[in-house]
Design a protein around this ligand. Structure first.
Ligand code: SAH
Length: 601
């Protein structure tokens, strides 16, 4: 399973040297610092408690460079399930103490040892089994699953009380431990991919040595109401017939051409394993060796580098099971399949809207995508606006005008199994990258793009931010018009302004002027004046959520191109839009929800 990288939390700049040392041995770890007290961190936070509880709930390992008490009190309300809690450690600010607090079943002690090593201190490990045998039976390394975790504690107590243990099968982490191993022991640790009976005196570990290959023989078949229950039942039956434990399944493996089939995810979810894909070329490579002509079998063989155990087909579905095997005569168990280096995950492309500027106006969904994405594609100014969330990712910057090329790059990156975030400001679906991605997807339609998981994550658009700053000018019907004539002729724009003015919409003008284009706004104003009062309120909002933010109100009559630039959005009121004087001299602007016809022009 993929592990979430840890968060190292600091409350002051004094902790930075120790934090940097810790991060140097934990790839992907992010430095979280209290705002106002820390500089140069990956994520700056203001609410310690909320931030910590969110990280904990999300399963993120937490390394707090602070007192143990503050961590314990903050997380106490969330302590419910020891199997699920992530590792939580406290580290002294001068690096002199490393104290594992929570997450004993999820590797806190090995994390403490790793941190202790880089800080040259002995970690304060209190779990008895860990100390005596250098091993946590409940927390096997990646690639092994314990079939009977509930027995692990009493099993360890038995060993601590002086019983010895016999190993059946082999795994390097057990062999290299200080366990009291004896051939005649009554306690047994068995390492096997077979479905066997586990008891309180027999711990069973299943190595991830089994690969399930799947292909759909008729991919165009519409998804039916029945879902994938038949396929799931078939896979489970095959495992039972082969006497293999489902806990030994490393993953589902398939061709990228099948990636978009929802049944694949349902089968993987039922077995609680990840899915990895091979390209049609990789599959063809195995087939050309003459071992199989079936895509499912080829995928399973490639993943396991082993031998086929079983293969079955229905009219529209083919499934193959392969497993790693021992190459030597001696009974060395094969190593588990490493899911991180076998095939590629399904590519993801999320077009995100970061809102107009500051992180306060960015949705939690967008922040989550930014945290998890491997690659960011976008105009460099927007990537910079994302700030600390964009650190440690591959950046693919480009000029603001190259939307189509950017969309193509993003789709191609996703076909390589990357998690790509295409970054737009405001909302990605409003004069931004989402439409460009779908345009390229439709027009160029490369077959390998079919498998990508595509999603759009919305953001606050400039017109919404402007409206919120000044009151409620969009309180009744409104429309948006871009004054840029790069992608549409001016005659169309003129026609739309006329129609919108006649219909008495409040109008949000995007791209109102640029260095090369100033006459369009003057022209728009002239059209509007034919249908609207000269004193109609107009809002000019510039650099919303960014440095130099300004929101001004003028009348339609006084609207002039000099008041706007390409970072301004303009809201022109309807015949009903009103202003309210405020005591500081400024005004609120709003459009009432009621519309009485008699008061129109
Ligand atoms: N997707 C963006 C719009 C991109 S078009 C959104 O939903 O907001 C670019 C235009 O958006 C600019 O010319 C300007 O009119 C407006 N705009 C974008 N960000 C802005 C900001 N921070 N402040 C004011 N206007 C902005």
């Amino acid at each position: 399973m993929t592990k979430i990288p840890p968060a190292v939390i600091i409350l002051g700049n004094n902790s930075i040297p120790v934090a940097k040392k810790i991060i140097s041995v934990l790839p992907g770890a992010q430095l979280y610092g209290l705002a106002g007290r820390t500089d140069d961190v990956d994520v700056s936070f203001t609410e310690f408690g909320t931030t910590l509880r969110e990280l904990f709930a999300h399963g993120t390992p937490i390394i707090g460079i602070c007192a143990t008490g503050i961590l314990i009190r903050t997380l106490a309300p969330l302590l419910a399930n020891k199997r699920e809690e992530p590792p939580v450690l406290a580290v002294a600010e001068d690096g002199s103490a490393v104290v594992p607090l929570l997450g004993g079943l999820n590797g806190v002690n090995s994390l403490a040892r790793q941190i202790g090593e880089v800080l040259s201190v002995k970690p304060a490990i209190t779990a008895t089994g860990d100390i005596r045998f250098g091993i946590a039976l409940e927390d096997p390394p990646t690639g092994y699953r314990l079939a009977n975790p509930d027995d692990a504690k009493s099993f360890m107590s038995d060993l601590l009380a002086g019983n010895s243990v016999r190993l059946e099968g082999s795994a390097p982490w057990l062999k290299n431990s200080a366990l009291p191993i004896a051939e005649d022991a009554t306690r047994v640790i068995q390492i096997t991919e077979k479905q066997v009976v586990s008891t309180s005196s027999r711990l069973v570990y299943h190595p991830a040595t089994v690969a399930i290959g799947i292909t759909f023989l008729n991919p165009c078949l519409p998804k039916t109401e029945r879902g994938s229950s038949e396929e799931i039942a078939l896979v489970q039956q095959m495992l039972a017939d082969a006497e293999l434990a489902s806990a030994s399944v490393a993953g589902i493996f398939a061709s990228t051409l099948d990636a978009a089939n929802p049944a694949l995810q349902e089968i993987a979810d039922a077995l609680n394993v990840p899915i990895r894909f091979f390209t049609p070329d990789e599959i063809a490579g195995v087939m050309s060796q003459g071992k199989t002509v079936d895509v499912a079998a080829a995928a399973a063989l490639t993943a396991s580098s082993g031998q086929l155990v079983m293969q079955r087909q229905t009219s529209d579905f083919s499934c193959a099971i392969a497993k790693r095997c021992c190459f030597q005569q001696i009974a060395l168990s094969p190593s588990p399949i490493n899911i991180n280096t076998t095939g590629k995950p399904r590519g993801r492309l999320v077009v995100i809207g970061t809102g107009p500027g500051g992180s306060d106006w960015m949705s939690p969904e967008v922040k989550e995508v930014l945290r998890n994405a491997t690659d960011l594609v976008g105009y460099s100014t927007y990537l910079e606006l994302v700030g600390s969330l964009s650190k440690g990712k591959r950046w693919h910057e480009s000029d603001n005008r190259e939307e189509i090329a950017r969309a193509r790059v993003a789709l191609d990156l996703a076909t390589e199994g990357r998690f790509v975030a295409v970054v737009s400001s405001g909302d990605p679906g409003i004069y931004a990258m989402a439409a460009a991605v779908f345009e390229v997807l439709e027009k160029e339609a490369k077959p390998e793009w079919q498998g990508i998981e595509i999603q759009v994550a919305p953001g606050i658009s400039a017109m919404q931010a402007a409206a919120a700053k000044i009151g409620a000018p969009l309180g009744h019907d409104f429309c948006a018009i871009s004054l840029s004539d790069i992608l549409k002729p001016w005659s169309i724009i003129e026609q739309r302004i006329t129609a919108a003015a006649q219909a008495d919409f409040v109008i949000a003008f995007y791209n109102p002027v640029s260095k090369q284009r100033t006459w369009q706004l003057a022209q728009a104003k002239n059209i509007l004046l034919r249908y609207r009062y000269p004193e109609t309120p107009v809002v000019l909002a510039r650099n919303l959520g960014r440095d130099g933010e300004s929101v001004q109100v003028c009348t339609l009559e006084n609207l002039a191109p000099e008041l706007a630039d390409m970072r301004t959005v303009i809201l022109v009121g309807s015949s009903k839009t009103r202003t309210i004087q405020r005591c500081d001299g400024s005004v609120w602007v709003y459009t009432p929800r009621r519309y009485d016809e008699d008061k129109t022009l």
